[in-house]
Design a protein around this ligand. Sequence first.
Ligand SMILES: [Ca+2]
Ligand SMILES: [Ca+2]
Length: 182
Amino acid sequence: MQLGQEWDGDNNDWNDRISSFMIGEGVRLTLCQDAHCENPDHGGSSEAFGYHESPVMNEWNDCTSHIKVMPYKGPNVLLFKDDQCIVGYAGIFGPGHHNTGALEFNHIGNDSMTGIRVEEGIRVTLFEDEDFQGHRTTLIGPVTYCDNIPDFGNDTLSSMIVDIEPRVNTRGNWTPAVRSNE
Ligand SMILES: [Ca+2]
Ligand SMILES: [Ca+2]
């Protein structure tokens, strides 16, 4: 599929058949279980960015009915509900405060995150409890953990803060290494 393209499984032989896929560099992918993405929240859709390969899709096997392929602008955080960084349920999160409701709406759910991909230029703090409380750990991108996130439990994430990571430039001044895409 090409950038900016939408694909509706009702119009071809591929409805409810996709079991693996690859996303190219610079591409943002939205998968929906309903025709025309009629149910975009948790349970109905999933999102990821490339480059990424998903050799299996677990709960998403044979249930994709609609696909959107759009240009991707980062940096962001990609969360995975399942291990091995499978998409699956996955969600894209930009800079900001993401409380439990945001996790639930963006395809992950409360106490279900197992894997994380943090792009370069991003700092993310993970919290065990809602409202940015409880045990926490901070990750600096670029880093990917598909199974065990150091010093953070599996299926415990309830809120998260994503920041642009400041860097020292060649003149020694603090400056954002990358700009937000907001
Ligand atoms: Ca999980
Ligand atoms: Ca929790």
